[in-house]
Design a protein around this ligand. Structure first.
Ligand code: NAD
Length: 339
């Protein structure tokens, strides 16, 4: 099927081309992000393949529909960037890759926690400069600390299990659908306020929905323990960045590990190293010694990219054959809060 692939980077092209050898779709690769300004590129393509920061709001979807596009194949799990109501009313089929490698994101989450609490980002630079002084590098043991996991689906449950079994932590969870297996392993489900009040480390793994927008805000930060470590590898807008900056300035937040940022669409996946960063909020975060930011790379492993490419093409093949794509997003269920 003729497919316009937006936001293409070399690795997308490489993994999609390799997986496409078996199925033979007509893939056209565009570096541009899909926005109102670039959607003309998709004219005449029955399918578009998009990523996390492509913009599929109503005006873009209307333009795509007018150009003959009928399938939106997301090569990611999250779909907060798609106006599903508009997509439904315009007759689009929307498919995603719901589970490619939850391990990739869970392991990156743990890497951020360990790097922050053992100050690896500082130590790395010091040693390279011949500075072997330990002042300022004091960490703490994870053993017996309390970890709060918000959202215990595929990724959050792996993170919870690693902290329970691997590090001997007490794990508190918060989710609208508790996971019985985690309870049997010793995790406790609690209200959000209790999780915030009791956790030494808080990590976010719920989707971005209207009800989770700015879940971490002035009020939730207020409930948190002094010096809490906060990790977000889920979606940027779960966190009110300004509230978190105020928390960092007072010391209430003792460490921040981010793989996502609410305004990341203008920054991430680009080499901006010779440009001036115009986002003052992001630039302020970079000044803190206890903040580690990675540019939405938690998914970025060999295994995950192979699975994403294979499952994206499977969705396209099924649609082309008039079948239900395995990663179909059932809009009714999402809108009814059942997904
Ligand atoms: P999942 O659907 O398996 O799990 C999400 C969990 O969040 C579910 O258990 C759900 O019940 C829960 N949830 C929903 N609303 C909630 C609320 N209001 N409060 C608390 N919990 C709530 O999803 P997953 O595969 O574990 O992925 C989690 C998120 O990770 C995705 O939504 C996506 O945004 C993000 N993600 C990030 C990357 C990355 O590279 N950084 C990669 C993949 C996924």
């Amino acid at each position: 099927m003729k497919t316009a692939v937006f936001s293409t980077r070399s690795y997308d092209e490489c993994f999609l081309k390799a997986a496409n050898q078996k199925v033979g779709h007509e893939l056209h690769f565009f570096e541009a992000r899909l926005t109102w300004h670039t959607c003309r590129l998709a004219e005449g393509f029955p399918a578009v393949c998009v990523f996390v920061n492509d913009q599929l709001d109503r005006p873009v979807l209307e333009k795509l529909a007018a150009g003959g596009t009928r399938l939106i194949a997301l090569r990611c799990a999250g779909f907060n960037n798609v106006d599903l109501r508009a997509a439904q009313s315009l007759g689009f089929t929307v498919a995603r890759v719901p589970a490619y490698s939850p391990h990739a994101v869970a392991e990156h989450t743990i890497a951020l926690v360990l790097a922050l609490i053992r100050r690896l980002h500082k130590a790395y630079n010091r040693v390279r400069e011949g500075n072997f002084n330990l002042e300022g590098l004091l960490g703490f043991d994870l053993y017996r600390k309390t970890v709060g996991v918000i959202g215990t689906g595929k990724i959050g449950s792996l993170v919870a299990k690693a902290f329970l079994a691997g590090f001997g932590c007490r794990v508190l969870c918060h989710d609208v659908h508790p996971n019985r297996e985690l309870v049997q392993l010793g995790a406790e489900y609690v209200r959000l306020e209790s999780l915030c009040a009791e956790s030494d480390i808080i990590t976010l793994h719920c989707p971005l929905l209207p009800e989770t927008y700015h879940l971490i805000n002035e009020t939730t930060v207020h409930y948190m323990k002094e010096g809490v470590i906060l990790i977000n590898t889920s979606r940027g807008a779960l966190v009110d960045t300004r509230a978190v900056i105020r928390g960092l300035k007072t010391g209430k937040i003792g460490g921040l590990g981010l793989d996502v940022y609410e305004e990341e669409a203008d920054l991430f996946f680009e080499d901006l190293s010779t440009r001036i960063i115009q986002d003052d909020v992001f630039a302020r975060m970079l000044t803190f010694p206890n903040v580690i930011i990675t540019g939405h790379q938690a998914f970025f492993t060999q295994e995950a990219l192979e699975a994403i490419a294979a499952q994206t093409l499977e969705n396209i093949s099924a649609f082309e054959q008039g079948l239900r794509p395995p990663g179909l997003i059932e809009v009714e269920k999402v809108l009814a809060g059942q997904l």
